[in-house]
Design a protein around this ligand. Structure first.
Ligand code: UGA
Length: 445
């Protein structure tokens, strides 16, 4: 099939490359001329495992091209995926729909005959119907559908090529058939295809992200109870996660969630519910959000405890800047938020990250950054482990102890081997594990 993908950000670029990979002829469209020029030369604008190879393969096969010209591309296909961003508005919690609105307005005049405009952007429920009405005023035969995206950064290619489910909100059997044809290889591999109406498809996405966020904040709330009672949250999470009805995923306690999706999506769902007069129904999401931001403050408090008082004038090493491992994305990164707060308190902060240093430096140029772990920890009074990069598990704590001023580490992601660090002379602290520093007899993972 011939497809266009409008917007070459995270979702759009991965979708375009994966659609070419499964045999479609795809034109990726973006207004950003630098980005399109880079993509045309095979440059991937962000870190995502496997994407570069897919991009090159698509371009070499001739099935994947990029352009800034919506008009020319619009006429070359009948199916158009809309993958532009819906960030949080600056003046409220609601989603900013300017970009999706603009795509529909710009695309509609170029459409001839029946075509399908498929939204992939995350939008508040009711947006698709509104856009559909807007579209058909200019292009009466065009039809809208909604096909939310569930990919995770760091696993974007595998999540797109082998999704756990596909969700299609459609208005007609014809739209349903087109989307089944687009995803035919996945359907042959028995990926469930949930065909539904527009509002359900829109809501599935925000409901899924809100559920994941709730799970994370739930375990972080339990960590606070553990801190107050002497219980251990890692053991607790392991034990409750063994119940198949609960499961271990998204039950990793620690510094909480960040990134460009979970925080903004719970807020967008709350904002939309309030517009509908249903704010109370999802009132718990406000607490989910509050518990999450509280984790960032708790790191600062724990860091002060570890340092034995104020952080002002101390050297603090921060391991991790990305919002999660496997990504160079620092948007709403919990790690960077903590680094910034500690800097504000007068500490000298040196941040290490294996992939996100460039983006982090662009966001917070007044902090110091390095690609070298020992350098980030030189003369450190406290080390904060804030993003769970697997490489940090390989650090030799004895070696690192020789470069710091005081061997004290806060493992805010619960992935370090506490016993190993302690036997190398470190004081180790972690949320929800109050006995960590005191009782060598405890069983640690
Ligand atoms: C999330 C969803 O997982 C995707 O399904 C969705 O498509 C995407 O948002 C989106 O809406 O575009 P992503 O933002 O890439 O994906 O990140 P996740 O892997 O879900 O992690 C989100 C945050 O939660 C990270 O900061 C991570 O460190 C944190 N997290 C995750 C925890 O604190 N504990 C956990 O147990 C799991």
């Amino acid at each position: 099939m011939r497809l266009t993908v409008i917007g070459t950000g995270y979702v759009g670029l991965v979708h375009a490359a994966c659609m070419a990979e499964i045999g479609h002829t795809v034109i990726g469209i973006d207004l950003d001329t630098d980005r399109i020029e880079g993509l045309t030369r095979g440059r991937v604008p962000f870190y995502e495992p496997g994407l570069r190879e897919l991009l090159h393969r698509g371009q070499e096969s001739g099935r994947l091209r990029f352009t800034t010209s919506l008009a020319a591309a619009a006429r070359s296909a009948q199916t158009h995926f809309v993958c532009v961003g819906t960030p949080q508005r600056l003046d409220s919690h609601a989603a900013d729909l300017r970009f999706v609105d603009a795509v529909v307005d710009d695309l509609a005049p170029h459409l001839r005959g029946w075509c399908l405009i498929v939204g992939k952007s995350t939008v508040p429920v009711g947006t698709a119907a509104r856009l559909g009405a807007r579209l058909t005023r200019i292009a009466p035969e065009a039809e809208i559908a909604w096909n939310p995206e569930f990919l995770r950064e760091g696993f974007a290619v595998q999540d797109t090529l082998r999704p756990e489910r596909l969700v299609a909100g459609v208005l007609s059997p014809r739209a349903d058939a087109v989307l089944r044809e687009v995803y035919a290889p996945m359907l042959r591999a028995h990926v469930p295809f949930v065909s539904t109406d527009l509002p359900t498809a829109e809501l599935v996405k925000l409901a899924a992200n809100s559920f994941l966020a709730t799970k994370i904040s739930f375990i972080n709330a339990m960590a606070e109870l553990c801190d107050a009672t002497g219980a251990d949250v890692v053991t607790l999470a392991d034990a409750i996660g063994r119940d198949a009805r609960i499961g271990h995923r998204y039950l990793q306690p620690g510094l909480g969630f960040g990134g460009s999706c979970l925080p903004k999506d719970i807020r967008a769902l709350m904002a939309r519910a309030e517009e509908l007069g249903l704010g109370e129904s999802v009132g718990f999401l406000r607490q989910v959000d509050e518990i999450n931001t509280r984790q960032r403050r708790r790191v600062v408090v724990l860091a002060e405890q570890l340092a034995g008082g104020s952080l002002s004038g101390l050297n603090v090493a921060v391991l991790g800047a990305a919002f999660k491992p496997g990504s160079d994305d620092v948007r709403d990164s919990p790690a960077l938020a903590v680094a910034e707060e500690i800097h504000r308190q007068g500490a000298r902060v040196r941040v290490h990250d294996p992939e996100a240093v460039d983006n982090a430096r662009a966001a917070l140029p007044w902090l110091q950054f390095t690609l070298d772990v020992p350098k980030s920890c030189e003369d450190a009074d406290v080390v904060l482990h804030l993003t769970a990069w697997p490489a940090y598990r390989e650090i030799d704590p004895a070696e690192l102890a020789s470069v710091v001023r005081r061997p004290a580490i806060l493992d805010a992601r619960h992935t370090l081997d506490a016993a190993r660090w302690r036997s190398a002379g470190w004081t180790v602290r972690a949320f929800g594990r109050p006995k960590l520093g005191r009782d060598p007899g405890e069983g640690f993972r």
